[in-house]
Every structure is written in structure tokens, then in C-alpha cells.
Design a protein around this ligand. Structure first.
Ligand SMILES: NC(=O)c1ccc[n+]([C@@H]2O[C@H](COP(=O)([O-])OP(=O)(O)OC[C@H]3O[C@@H](n4cnc5c(N)ncnc54)[C@H](OP(=O)(O)O)[C@@H]3O)[C@@H](O)[C@H]2O)c1
Length: 264
């Protein structure tokens, strides 16, 4: 049913996410060239694996390409003469456009979806920004939404937004992880035991996000609620502004975005 080409970081996140969402392990076939990695995936997830794109391409209805961007051309060339109109090709490669994929396939195959996911698909809390050709088979589009919505939130977006989205939702978790770690380290610095400091940091972030989402608050309004006149929080906010925290975030996202545009 679902064939995943490339059982690396993201391929594994999709495997985990689908299994967690209740998909049967027999419904997943992974094609991975690295033998050690195949062995690892079989031992850990009891899924089927192969090392032939040909076999996967001829047997799976939905094909997810989860290889590095520079490897997509090679994979598409191998799939080119295999793909039939009742199959769906999904690519998660950063910076590789729908047009690039069509060019690599050298056919007029139209059932192609490009998604920009993030690693959180593994825990079914992913963000999946998706773009596709309007001529895509509508039943296959339905299948995509049916299976991939189990992994998180699907947003249908214009393709020209995908690189920008990659910087926020694809790379964002790395920046957020550094923030969580720093908050915990700072807690340790002022005397909180390590395990508690990490727990507090994580739950402060979880609670903040839940409150903003559930109460539909603007982040600034939550910040204002925590900040009393001449109080403790405003001291910290002053340091944050003095050190251009917001400008730094802009810069991080801009550099990530620029790099995404160069990767292929
Ligand atoms: N990491 C993220 O958070 C993230 C977020 C959004 C999108 N993406 C996209 O996800 C894609 C995969 O990234 P990743 O970090 O998972 O890469 P990765 O860990 O390198 O995984 C790719 C795997 O595919 C294997 N492979 C390469 N060519 C193959 C082929 N012809 N047939 C079968 N297997 C093949 C690779 O083997 P070798 O190592 O031997 O080449 C590797 O094990 C990238 O295109 C990236 O842009 C990643």
C-alpha cells in the first residue's frame, strides 16, 4: 500500500508515525539501499524492506520518496517507466519542485504531491504542507489526505511557499530544541536539578503553546499577562530586547530559507 523509498531519518519518522496511527506493518514496504539500515528497520518495526525501487514501484499504490534532494533525480529516473495512473508519487525533498520531478520522470505523470513535513510526523503531531498539480487523480488525493492526516496537520499551500515553510516547520524543531535545552541549562545554572530543569522547560513551552492555541490568544497578549509592572519578567524581557532576540530569529529563518533555495 505505502512504499517508502529511503529509510533514513525522515523515512523512519514516517514509519513510526504510520504504525503509531494504527497502520498494519504489512501495509508498509521500505526500499533502502543500506543493508545495515534495512536490518535495523526490520528488527525495530517488523516491516517489510527491499533494496529494489523496481519491486516497490510495481507493487505500491502510494510511493513516498524520502531520499536526500540530490538523490531524487536518480530515484525518479528508476520509477519513470514503472509508474501507472493509479499510483501516487509523494516527494518530501527540500528544494525539489514539482516541475523538477516531472522533468526527472520524463513522462506526463500527474499524480505527484510535494510535501514539506517535519520530524514530528513520528508522534502524529507533524506539519505537512502540501502542493500538487490540479490534474491529480481525485481519488488518490483523497487517499493522501486519508493516510497522511493521521500523521499531523495537512496544509494545502501554493508551491512557492514551501521553501519558506521548510525554514519554519522543517528546521524549526531544531531551533526550538536548542531553546528548550538552553532554558534547562539556565535552570541548572541557577540551581535547579537537571531532570527538573528540563521538565520545567518542556512544560513551560507545552503550556504556553496550549494556552495560545486553546484560547486563541495573540502571543503578545500572553506575554503581557505574565509581565507585571516593574516585576521580574520585564527584567528578563529587557535583556532579550537589548540582545536583539527577535532580530536573531529573523536572521536564523532567513539564512535557513536562503539555504533551502540553494539545496537540490
Ligand atoms: N530531516 C528533516 O527534518 C526533514 C524535514 C523535511 C524534509 N526533509 C527531506 O527528507 C529527505 C530525507 O532526509 P533524511 O534526513 O531522512 O535523509 P537520510 O537520513 O539521508 O535518508 C535517506 C535514506 O535514503 C537512502 N537512499 C538513497 N538513495 C536511495 C535509493 N536509490 N534507494 C533506496 N534508498 C536510498 C539513503 O542511503 P545512503 O545514506 O546510503 O545514501 C538514506 O538511508 C530529504 O530530501 C530532506 O530534504 C527532511
Amino acid at each position: 500500500m505505502i512504499g517508502i523509498i529511503g529509510g533514513g531519518n525522515m523515512g523512519e519518522a514516517f514509519i513510526e508515525g504510520f504504525l503509531k496511527a494504527g497502520l498494519d506493518k504489512n501495509e508498509i514496504l521500505v526500499c533502502e539501499i543500506d543493508e545495515k539500515r534495512r536490518k535495523y528497520l526490520v528488527e525495530k518495526y517488523k516491516i517489510k524492506v527491499c533494496n529494489s525501487i523496481d519491486i516497490l514501484g510495481k507493487t505500491q499504490k502510494i510511493i513516498l520518496v524520502a531520499v536526500k534532494p540530490y538523490q531524487v533525480k536518480n530515484v525518479c529516473e528508476k520509477l519513470s517507466n514503472i509508474l501507472k495512473d493509479d499510483q501516487l508519487l509523494i516527494s518530501i525533498a527540500a528544494g525539489v519542485s514539482l516541475k523538477d520531478i516531472r522533468n526527472y520522470l520524463k513522462t506526463d505523470f500527474k499524480n505527484i504531491i510535494r510535501i514539506m513535513p517535519n520530524l514530528m510526523v513520528a508522534v502524529n503531531k507533524g506539519i505537512l504542507a502540501a502542493s500538487y498539480y490540479q490534474k491529480i487523480d481525485k481519488d488518490l488525493l483523497f487517499d493522501f489526505k486519508h493516510y497522511f492526516s493521521k500523521l499531523g496537520y495537512i496544509y494545502e499551500v501554493d508551491e512557492n511557499l514551501l521553501d519558506a515553510i521548510t525554514a519554519i516547520s522543517g528546521s524549526g524543531p531544531a531551533f526550538i530544541s536548542v531553546f528548550v535545552e538552553s532554558l534547562a541549562d539556565a535552570g541548572v545554572y541557577i540551581g535547579i536539578p537537571r531532570n527538573l530543569a528540563l521538565d520545567f522547560a518542556l512544560n513551560a513551552i507545552l503550556g504556553t503553546v496550549s494556552m495560545i492555541k486553546e484560547k486563541k490568544l495573540h502571543p503578545a497578549s500572553l506575554k503581557d499577562k505574565v509581565t507585571s509592572p516593574a516585576g521580574t519578567t520585564i527584567e528578563g524581557l529587557k535583556v532579550l530586547e537589548e540582545n536583539n532576540f527577535r532580530a536573531l530569529i529573523y536572521k536564523i529563518i532567513l539564512e535557513t530559507f536562503n539555504k533551502t533555495k540553494k539545496v537540490k
